[in-house]
Design a protein around this ligand. Structure first.
Ligand code: DGL
Length: 270
């Protein structure tokens, strides 16, 4: 039997486990919907991959989800979004929600007028981020901090871990020393270590995490495109290009036990 739910699912895609933080917010906001989550963990992290590679993977995964009747796609990955959302929108007619670092909301919150953005190297050097800084960085200094290795720590489940803390101290220090009072989580993996980030940053710093905003955006898009759920049981199906065991273990560790995880089929021959 096709493991995808009877209800047309919302496809959710990330390089790995980071997008599960977004999935949690989507399910809380839209409990009547079904979801199909793809973790491209065999190829994670995307942070320093070439844009060509990321685009090819995004096309492959989107094709898989569309082939399984996804009615909308959430690219729960800033890196894949800034590299590939334009290509996916041009290729597919379904609603596509993409992510970019929440620089605009952060500039509305900051009092010190210094904002620190944590993201992957690919996201930091993207045109999307340059455009956001140009538009919203007029009276606010936006410090862009690439964080190599941090998504990997989350991928390994090492949240409360010395190596993670050392990376956070290294990546947060320059921005905090420059007076940042607001931190933007520009990578979905970092939501799983928001507690550790807040601890290193201290109580006077606000951490902006965008998954609730993404959930609200998806709800609006579904309502306006009349793609509300039909009757039926809502389910979530998980796929990974990496180890199904590793994803099951990660899911159990975040309170999603006894979930079946499927192997993502290998890339199609072209
Ligand atoms: N979760 C991803 C993001 O939001 C990317 C992490 C990675 O694969 O480097 O950017």
């Amino acid at each position: 039997m096709n493991p995808i739910a009877k209800l047309a699912p919302i496809g959710v895609y990330d390089s790995g486990v980071g997008g599960l933080s977004v999935l949690q917010a989507l399910r809380a906001k839209l409990p009547g919907e079904s979801f199909a989550y793809v973790a491209d963990s065999a190829n994670a992290p995307y942070g320093d991959r070439s844009p060509q590679f990321i685009e090819a993977r995004a096309r492959e995964v989107a094709g898989f989800l569309v082939g399984h009747h996804a009615k909308a796609l959430v690219i729960a990955c800033n890196t894949a979004s800034v590299v590939a959302s334009g290509h996916l929108r041009a290729a597919y007619g379904l609603p596509i929600i993409a992510m970019e670092p929440a620089i605009k909301p952060a500039t509305l919150v900051t009092k010190s007028k210094v904002v620190l953005v944590l993201a992957t190297s690919n996201t930091i050097r993207s045109q999307s981020v340059a455009r956001l800084c140009h538009t919203y960085g007029v009276d606010t200094r936006v410090i862009l901090q690439p964080c190599p290795g941090l998504a990997n720590q989350v991928e390994r489940g090492q949240f409360d871990h010395e190596a993670t803390r050392q990376l956070l101290e290294k990546y947060l220090h320059p921005g905090l020393a420059a007076g940042a009072d607001t931190i933007v989580l520009g990578c979905t993996h970092y939501a799983f270590i928001i507690g550790e980030i807040a601890r290193v940053a201290g109580p006077s710093v606000t951490v902006v995490e965008p998954s609730d905003a993404i959930a609200r955006q998806l709800a609006r898009v579904l309502a306006s495109s009349s793609r509300t759920p039909e009757n039926g049981a809502s389910t979530t199906t998980f796929y990974t290009s990496g180890s199904t065991r590793a994803l099951s273990d990660f899911l159990a560790s975040i309170g999603e036990p006894s979930t079946e995880v499927h192997a993502l089929p290998p890339p199609r021959l072209r």
